[in-house]
Unconditional design. Structure first.
Length: 144
């Protein structure tokens, strides 16, 4: 499972090495068929929903409801707002990700429920999401 399109400007804390800057991935012309890639990105299987509004970190051209939500094709994981960065800025994408899309005719392949759960857990772990004990009052030691 590979994370794609996660950049430091998105206030991201990845386990391990710090993410790259989105500015290092801007291109003047997309080396891919933009519309097909956008359709592919928007068609990913949802694996983690976040209810927030993300704002374009480059030029404030767009907002995306649930922009930090995660989508997958079973091999790659990306944010919901990646399609908007491709559309507005032709953000460079990894060659192996583009090849995977092309090999599947730019249609997100079906993915089993078990694989979606596995990818979701792995992505959440890599992105630093950790289970909490929940909300509500906590007992202090000595109190009943």
């Amino acid at each position: 499972m590979k994370l794609v399109g996660f950049f430091r400007e998105m206030e991201l804390q990845l386990d391990g090495e710090p993410p790259e800057s989105i500015h290092d991935h801007l291109t003047s012309h997309a080396p891919y068929h933009k519309e097909r890639v956008i359709t592919y990105l928007k068609s990913g299987h949802p694996i983690f929903d976040i209810t927030e509004l993300t704002i374009d970190v480059i030029g404030a051209r767009f907002h995306v409801a649930g922009g930090s939500s995660l989508l997958t094709d079973g091999e790659n994981v990306w944010r919901e707002d990646l399609a908007s960065y491709v559309e507005h800025y032709a953000v460079a994408l990894p060659a192996d990700f583009l090849q995977f899309m092309k090999a599947h005719g730019f249609a997100v392949p079906p993915v089993s429920r078990d694989r979606l759960i596995e990818v979701s857990a792995s992505a959440q772990n890599q992105l630093g999401f950790r289970p909490t004990r929940g909300s509500g009052p906590r007992r202090q030691q000595g109190n009943i």
